[in-house]
Design a protein around this ligand. Sequence first.
Ligand SMILES: *Cc1c(COP(=O)(O)O)cnc(C)c1O
Length: 388
Amino acid sequence: MTPVLLSGPDMSYAERAAVIEAFDSGWIAPLGPAVDDFEQRMADRLGRRHAVALSSGTAALHLGLLAWGVGPGDVIPTSTMTFAATANAISYTGATPYFVDADPQTGQMDPGLLEEVLSTLQRDGRSVPAVVPVDLLGSCADYTRIGAIAWRYGARVLADSAESLGAHHAGRPAGKLGDAAILSFNGNKVMTTSGGGMYLTDDEATASRVRFLATQAREPVAHYEHREIGYNYRLSNLLAGVGIAQLGRLDDMIARRRARREAYAALVADSPGVEIFQRSGDLDDNCWLTAAVVDPDVAGFSAADLGAVLTAARIESRPLWKPMHLQPIFASSPARITGAAERLFSTGLALPSGSALTEAECRQVDGVLHEFLASRMRCSTSRSTTVL
Ligand SMILES: *Cc1c(COP(=O)(O)O)cnc(C)c1O
């Protein structure tokens, strides 16, 4: 039996046909009409003036920062609760990431802590040209507060919306939040181009700057002329074909992820100490990953125990992101830590959430979870009876 995946790619006949169409058009690589079309469709959907398709979300973060002139000596506050790509991209520019802890409920960057960090950095005379909040697990950070705080300190907001395409905050879609935003189309995200990303902004100058840097900083003349260091970061035309087909199915794929979340919420409803993470306000969420948060003192078991039961049944699950300030490579980076992200890391477990899960796989996962939770309830009942 093949393992049940956490969030595998969801491919249909449409994606296959799109690759063949891009192939037959003769525009194999790197750029071509499918790239332009993909950019236009995403910009239209999200209400952004400019979209630049790139080879990864990491590349989009890197160039987004470079386009604003971020470099050595700068400090860039970002969420500690994130995937390494965010902090890596900041490091590529020579700037220093400054890790900000999470709101204990939502797991998103805590705006109050961000304000403290910005105020300290300002007092110390440090240069803070940008802030990079991360949309955790498909739900948006609080851009209303973060945007206002960053503005007061003269920092721009680059939204890491790699996980949140399809989510909203205050009526605005992820991708349209922040001064600029990035998306990822990595294989495990809500939609994929097998690998890819996008930079989104309403500012023409930074969009052209990102395009320029992504094509080896090649000057617009017939011979190859270069005055700056550039990168080879554009998305291939074949992969843009996959992206167009995936975008056409995005709402349907998100609806399937949402149905998974509802099923998990129903399963844990009667289990004390077990909750579905980010459940409040989740109509704004794209339900990229649904996680259970287990309070071991109440539940009588831990998130790791639950993970072990799933692993034994060949079902993939994963702790939430290990906070960046705990990563050996970033251990000496500055950070404002309360312990909220660490607690979520030790109590959270992401469950299979992909839109490609089959009916049989969903039944299998639900069966294993149901049986485990029911057996633990029986032991906790017998335990309390013994105490009485
Ligand atoms: C996936 C992800 C990225 C990186 O995207 P790639 O396309 O894999 O480079 C960046 N930030 C976050 C928060 C992510 O989850």
